[in-house]
Write a new protein. Sequence first.
Lengths: 296, 296, 296, 296
Amino acid sequence: MTSPSIPRVGIVAKRGLTAAVEHLVQLVAWLTTRGVSPVCEVDTHALGAGRLSCATASREDLPRVVDLIVVLGGDGTLLGMADRIGQAGCDIPILGVNFGNLGFLTEIRISEVYDSLEAVLAGTATFDHRLMLAAEAERKGRVFDSRIVLNDVVFTKTALSRMIELSVSVSGRFVTSVRADGLIIATATGSTAYNLAAGGPIVHPLVDAFVLTPIAPHTLTNRPVVIPGSCVVEVQPQLNGAPEDSFVTYDGQSGYPLQEGDVIRVQRASATLRLVKPPARGYFELLREKLKWNER
Amino acid sequence: MTSPSIPRVGIVAKRGLTAAVEHLVQLVAWLTTRGVSPVCEVDTHALGAGRLSCATASREDLPRVVDLIVVLGGDGTLLGMADRIGQAGCDIPILGVNFGNLGFLTEIRISEVYDSLEAVLAGTATFDHRLMLAAEAERKGRVFDSRIVLNDVVFTKTALSRMIELSVSVSGRFVTSVRADGLIIATATGSTAYNLAAGGPIVHPLVDAFVLTPIAPHTLTNRPVVIPGSCVVEVQPQLNGAPEDSFVTYDGQSGYPLQEGDVIRVQRASATLRLVKPPARGYFELLREKLKWNER
Amino acid sequence: MTSPSIPRVGIVAKRGLTAAVEHLVQLVAWLTTRGVSPVCEVDTHALGAGRLSCATASREDLPRVVDLIVVLGGDGTLLGMADRIGQAGCDIPILGVNFGNLGFLTEIRISEVYDSLEAVLAGTATFDHRLMLAAEAERKGRVFDSRIVLNDVVFTKTALSRMIELSVSVSGRFVTSVRADGLIIATATGSTAYNLAAGGPIVHPLVDAFVLTPIAPHTLTNRPVVIPGSCVVEVQPQLNGAPEDSFVTYDGQSGYPLQEGDVIRVQRASATLRLVKPPARGYFELLREKLKWNER
Amino acid sequence: MTSPSIPRVGIVAKRGLTAAVEHLVQLVAWLTTRGVSPVCEVDTHALGAGRLSCATASREDLPRVVDLIVVLGGDGTLLGMADRIGQAGCDIPILGVNFGNLGFLTEIRISEVYDSLEAVLAGTATFDHRLMLAAEAERKGRVFDSRIVLNDVVFTKTALSRMIELSVSVSGRFVTSVRADGLIIATATGSTAYNLAAGGPIVHPLVDAFVLTPIAPHTLTNRPVVIPGSCVVEVQPQLNGAPEDSFVTYDGQSGYPLQEGDVIRVQRASATLRLVKPPARGYFELLREKLKWNER
């Protein structure tokens, strides 16, 4: 029995998550029985220690050779795959499975995996379409790096510097010069991640907007600002003769120091990420559970 | 010289603003010279003490008999007129003039009034379209009050009660039961008013969204939530046997106590409010000036 | 076997707490067996419906006729007794017992009551000495009300007013004019109550200080200020022609409207409140448990 | 005319502050005329480019050879001298002079310098006594660094790490494990510096307490805690296999990475710092001016 629309399913587990091995073995077998070809990411295949009978692909190639990716692990692993999918320009959905703690992104419990997969194969699954940010870093007039992020682009100081200064403009209009520990440009999806710790608001995933949240700003009236999703944000570090003090990081996964004159341009990515929705859990239920709103 | 598109201009001044009288006299004369008929709101006409030669209309009727309203005074006066315009279902713009302190709504300085009016009459003015909220209050299955607000619908406790409890749902999905001093449902326009004092984010007027901000919530993880403009918010007070403890107020102008079982339903109003934009001041310049982001 | 130092023990239960009746019966019997005379507060005695064989006293008199008061219920009930003890000028300790949820004040679980009482009778119990605030309200040069509070003196607006303005001075020096929903003057003990909801800091009970925390201040740089315990705080409402807009409340239990010219003077009370410490739970363990710092 | 109690006055200017040169020349001449021996810090003397006729001393030696130190510049320069004075174990006061912007520490304006110096020489000046923190860093059971700070000891993450985890105990009792961007241990003096940006409270200099303020904590209920000045705080980084991720910095001036097992022990320093008070500006006036509480 084949599923023509989802002939191949990629599988990625969190690095070193040995607790996932039995589930990986079952998942590969289940998919094969269903006439779907499983493709394991290389490190995930190695984690299986020879017990996973399936094709393999690198993290970079995986989005190009499958029609759905199942991520087992935490939100970090899923963020990594979101970037690969965005970079590859592929429009394939992710089914995020958590081990233990419910994640904001890995919402599906291990016990719900097969029901969710059935729904995807049957074409009855529903998807959350999440906006992503496209970031371009320009140095001396040349773009030297570009990224797709699901959560946030973060500007941050080094451990020993006292603060950084960032000149921020939105769609060509100067906003302000932020003197702070840093600045977060978050998507709605990222609003419940680092943004929340820094005092930013929760933004519902269906709001077409981004949040600019300063981290520990020296000007106490600098507050989080929610801007339209159609805006282009440009951030220029003002190093004032202190090179290597300002860094940019993408989804908390990687980054690099900035130089005087660098411009980081951030805007809505043309692609969205599709997340398989869990059977019966809405956004507010997720917030209530993650933020413990019910407990007294 | 007549201006066919704006044949009549309404004029409303803040109650008791005697400093406005000279400006009112000049404004009435200027409009008349330009072939436009000025219509003064009744109290504003009385403020002129016989020096204003023009027709008059009540606050309620004014939106129906003019094509533009000039508001002289503070943001409160403008909020009052916004409600009248919304209630009347008229689509006429407001030109808000401040006396002294720049307002978030009354952005135009007295020195800029005639340039702004020229632009409106010439058809070259630009307008900010601001979303408004329509609120309906239902008791025992019957809608007993409805309002149009520009800034916010606020649920609040009385001075002597310790907190109120509010059951909140968004588009039919239960969100949480808020135990707090109160709850603000703010438009983007209202995000820089009471919402900001209560810890909510600034929301750019072009974002199609509302903010739900709890006031001094007992559950410390209850944080401001930005929701899509297409949502319907329903709030039900949980009085727990303490009648007259929960109030609802509209734009900080008026309100009343709620009873057990009351439902307040809040959603995007069908009409937007059009504000005449000042010649050369963008939204971020307004934020910088009002919030003193430039000062060190 | 008599306990000479604690011959009489007062007992107060939360109003209407029928779940406490069995415990009350046991407690009265246990105390009698131990040669200690139980004295029930009148309403508590009535709650027992004839099953409590012991003397009674009013809430006001109880502190004067016993040597220890056991409070069964929530923090609110304990706050009420703290005021009575302070007003009566008696130096008798409180043993606070919670039903269900651990309280910041009612720290002792029902299962720990008899061990705690044994320790008190044996003279081996340890006590927390908590600073209290003495508040005097002056109108037209005359003190018309005075209170002793354990948690806080709170200035607050009515439901329909937009904000209040309060002129604050500390030990004769003007601090600022607060324009806000209100102002909290909290003890260290009260710092984890309303103060925390309004954004104030946690203050360890051994710090000799009070906290001034504005509630939703319009001036965004108005922040909580911790002042020495030796200070005298004076607050004067600036009613600006809006009578009955500003209220003062004491420990969230009672209060009244203020008039133009009223002065509320708040300082450290001469007496402290002694709380029986639970067997083995320190302050930081209490914070961890109440604020869920351990959960991920 | 000699001043027997203040025979020698040290002078330190902010590095590279050429705007101070004329004032330095005048100050040296004025002191000499008054029979007081000026001693310039070496770099400050060099800044004078041969125009300062006086003895010199290194930053380290200066506190040992003078009876008062005049600091010209910003709060950073003064913080550096406070550490030297603390390290040298000398009890000599500082007179802090600002250039342009009023500082929280350099409160005296250039126009007020000679009146302030007169008062010091005449023995009529008043002093603020500020608590300082003594920090000891221990590795493998050996103290390898010790500091005296006036503002804060700060634990912070590197630019590319996502958060750090710090195990915190107070006077031998475990408080919590903080997962955050970092943690600030601030004096009352430091409460208006970095602590304020991170959301901590203002603490009046006469309160005998310190503040523990987490920076962007992941656990939203982790709030600033004010603890008694008599406490010993111990912080241990939990590196979880990520070496060089956690740093400690002192007064924002210098610092270093921490290793697994390191313990930083922070407590009240035995010495206090004496600051010459400006003629007629109290603490709350300083707050009002610095935080713009008067502006509307």
